[in-house]
Design a protein around this ligand. Sequence first.
Ligand SMILES: C=C(O[C@@H]1C=C(C(=O)O)C=C[C@H]1O)C(=O)O
Length: 366
Amino acid sequence: MKPDLAVEPLDSWIQTDGKPLIIAGPCSAETEEQLVETARQLAALGQVHAIRAGVWKPRTRPGSFEGMGEPALAWIQRAKAETGLPFAVEVATPQHIELALKYGVDILWVGARTTVNPFNVQEIADALKGVDVPVLVKNPVNPDLALWVGAFERIAGAGITKLGAIHRGFSTGEASKYRNIPMWQMAIELRTMFPQLPIIGDPSHMAGKRAYLNELAQMAMDLNYDGLIVESHIDPDKAWSDAAQQLTPAAFGEMLEHLHIRQLESSDREFQSAMEQIRVKIDSVDRQLVEHLAARMSLVEKLAEYKRDNNVSMFQPDRWKEILESRKQLGAKLNLYPELVEEIYKIIHMESIRKQTEVINSAPVA
Ligand SMILES: C=C(O[C@@H]1C=C(C(=O)O)C=C[C@H]1O)C(=O)O
């Protein structure tokens, strides 16, 4: 089945004057004063299109602050009236949806810890039947594109057409300076699959720390994301949740000032022809790359036949170590990151082992 989604363009439900959609606001609505004041300061920047506020917070361990619940929805009504901006809230259950809609929340989002569970997502989709509201879906906690796609399909199946993705990064267990590893490739795959689906970057949850927000927001913009959702709080260090990754509305304004927004295309003829010429060369280099890969694989297969006939094992640790080191050194000389060369060679080696297993398990040539 070829996946497809009926998605309305972003500007059919929120006006951004052709600029990236900017959603900002506190991780959690803590008090009426904190929420209204944060929203007021963010609105005053003149660059924020919607305010986010957590009302129900899924927390890893019990005993942490779990959100103010329904009373916070009344504060949202006041903050909306004061700023004139639409509000976005995370919903995780049908009751959340019912309450959010009752209080006039404009945009709903499904959190990463909900997207992982198809039962939860289906309950949410069922509760959204017949409702016309924009729904943004965060990536699942673990890097599983199919799970993310499945959530869109369930929600689109309920008739929601104002859909968008929020890329907040992934828990992979790998060591990283980030709280949630971006794995940009996942969002590139999503964009390739559903070009019409808006993708919004969530640098706050990727970063976990204020210091990394700029670089992550810039990367999202450089990958043509349609917008950003960023946590901002009037007094971040005193925030009841996510203190380290929130920034003041003023600091957020500064961050936006420094963002470099590039366009997807240019109609400049000279640029287009220069790009075309270089792309022809890239096509030719890519052809050689693939041909060389194929040539390498047939050599490996030949070698495997000798190994099979002489009862020698396919994995040769010393040779593999030597290959890895020498290719990394060569790469470094040619200005390539040794890590890149290492990753590529790990994939090649795994495929080489797989091919050799095939040969070794086949009958010897008579
Ligand atoms: C091809 C061989 O088998 C394995 C695969 C290697 C490769 O693809 O280069 C290297 C070492 C072995 O682990 C070999 O022994 O040379």
